[in-house]
Write a protein that binds this ligand. Structure first.
Ligand SMILES: [Zn+2]
Length: 300
């Protein structure tokens, strides 16, 4: 079977090429997936913008209204890292809906990936750290709300700690948040996940994969999960501008195989989101994000 992939051309909000946030990675990722034969039209879906009601499950109603009206206070825009104009607002609504859609497809097909998402620094009150809406938190709460699932696991392997997801889901007993990240990286003030593993600068493939291998069975032993959201941020890569770990391409591929095979062997549906990745060589960055899809396709 072909891998179910969720995408929208407006995931790309069209930032200048020299912007600190490499927005062009979204269309380049789709190009990379196309050139690898991973985009099969019957298995390609496009989201509609998320309804405000979904967004308000995860975020303060006044903040959601501000984003939808493109009237986010400047102080919050500075924390996000860019102004929230029409295209950024639309992109955030699409990415959140894309993760909801990918989660539904994962429940149906076992595995699906959103070619965006992983905006894990957006907290209940507001966005931050290049994240406007927290798509994984929105999708977790939307699926729980409609009783599509009873127990949700978030596995966040982006190099930055998943503070926003932890904040939004901390009082949701049926959602469990796990973050493995670089200890000395953003955010300076971390919000505790249900389980955090902080890694020292320079952690390479072997130590990184050893920690992961040891924790996966523990995560599965907590409860019977109905779905796992996997944030496969590639900013753990040695070549990343913001990461401080030293994971190689092979290490990334082993990581994706370890996570995906673990949950799929256990029969747990997996919804992948791409998370962070920062490099001035955007084609190389897109190729790193493509690894998630290459590995996921083998389990579709
Ligand atoms: Zn990150």
């Amino acid at each position: 079977m072909a891998l179910q992939i969720v995408h929208h051309p407006d995931y790309d909000a069209g930032f200048a090429v020299n912007h600190r946030f490499p927005m062009s990675k979204y269309p380049l990722l789709m190009e990379a997936l196309r050139s690898r034969g991973l985009t099969v039209s019957e298995a390609l879906s496009m989201p509609e913008p998320a309804p405000a009601a979904w967004l308000k499950l995860a975020h303060a109603a006044d903040y959601v209204d501000q984003v939808l009206a493109c009237e986010v206070p400047e102080k919050i825009e500075r924390e996000i890292g860019f102004p929230v104009g029409r295209r950024v607002s639309l992109r955030a609504q699409l990415a959140a809906a894309g993760t909801v859609l990918a989660a539904r497809l994962a429940l149906k097909h076992g595995i699906a990936c959103n070619a965006a998402g992983g905006s894990h620094h957006a907290r209940r009150a507001q966005g931050a750290g290049f994240c406007t809406f927290n798509d994984v938190a929105v999708a977790s709460l939307a699926l729980l709300d409609e009783r599509a699932v009873e127990n949700v696991l978030v596995v966040d392997l982006d190099v930055h700690q998943g503070d926003g997801t932890a904040d939004i889901l901390k009082d949701v007993p049926r959602a469990f948040t796990f973050s493995m990240h670089g200890e000395r990286n953003y955010p300076a003030r971390k919000i505790a996940s249900d389980l955090d593993i902080a890694l020292p600068d320079g952690t390479g493939d072997a130590a990184y994969l050893d920690r992961l291998r040891a924790i996966l069975p523990e995560l599965c032993a907590i409860r019977r999960w109905d779905i796992v959201f996997y944030n496969a941020g590639v900013d753990v890569h040695a070549g990343d501008r913001l990461g401080r770990l030293a994971v190689s391409d092979d290490g990334l591929r082993s990581r994706e195989a370890m996570v995906i095979s673990h949950f799929r062997m256990a029969g747990i549906p997996l919804c992948g989101v791409i998370g962070g990745g920062y490099s001035t060589d955007v084609p190389a960055l897109a190729a790193r994000h493509a690894i998630l899809f290459e590995v996921a396709a083998a389990y579709a």
